[in-house]
Design a binder for this molecule. Sequence first.
Ligand code: FES
Ligand SMILES: [Fe+2]
Length: 325
Amino acid sequence: MQVAVVKENIVSKSERFPFSSFPNGWFALAWSSELAPEGVKRVKAFGRELVLFRTKAGVATVLDAFCPHLGTHLGFGCVKDETIQCPFHAWRFDGSGACVEVPNAKKIPPRAQVKPWLVSEKNGVIFVHHDNEGKAPAYELPLAPELNGRGEGPGDWTKPVHYGWTIKTHVQEICENLADISHFGHLHGLSGAHELESEFTPSYFRMHLGADGTTVDMWLYGLSAELSRVVLFNESFFAAKFMTPIDADHVELRIASSAKITGDVGEAEQRSNLFKDLTSQALLQDVPLWENKRYSDTPLLSSVDGPIIPFRKWAKQFYPAEQNG
Ligand code: FES
Ligand SMILES: [Fe+2]
């Protein structure tokens, strides 16, 4: 009998989309504030169970979840200094995934190792790098000062508010929204929406939109992080959307948004909450459509559509080479 050798990224393909569910890039796993020193969290992403923990020294660490001993989920364990300890028999693993202690054993079994993930913590978010072929990151995420606001006074940004949803779709469908200019007016009521400028580079796709009383400058890094600078009736707002595939059919969408303080802090916080409501309202207009649409590789486009095909060509760089033939 022949046994097919199937690569992980092929297995993780959804029925709905002609590409892998798990593109390459940096993906958010949690807000930094969710993980205090010595905190432990169970996370599901890329169809895998992961454990996220913060060491005593404060380093956010991500490992594959299952203990190589008898398969316990390390997310039920606890942090001991710079390691995580399995709750079942107390084996301990460091940030590289290496087992550093088997209590009372003379030696550590040589294969006592779990897969470590490359972590980057910035903008109040814990990201991991996912690559189908185990390659190093092809791009880095930028710092966004708008997400580090302390809400202290004029010139500063309000403390970001966090919200989000689990959505039955693919990360690429959420990202394609930026290129789909004609839906902004009809679905979201952004009258007069038109492209001011757009740009495709290896690390980001930028779409700068103008509309009545509004400009929206959206920067998409990989297929996982959208940073939007919005000017609405002369007030400045910021929204970051982070898209992470949980499994072949679901995406965790995390949003952080804030408002620039121009005078009174309380008023800016009110504006920030209003902006959160507007952002949520727009997203909830998209969600049922994303969840129920059929992806077409050969869409029927018209002259009023945005750069949907250039976007799809740009997106291909985030998939394994074999899917880009
Ligand atoms: S299952 Fe983890 S130490 Fe035994
Ligand atoms: Fe939309």
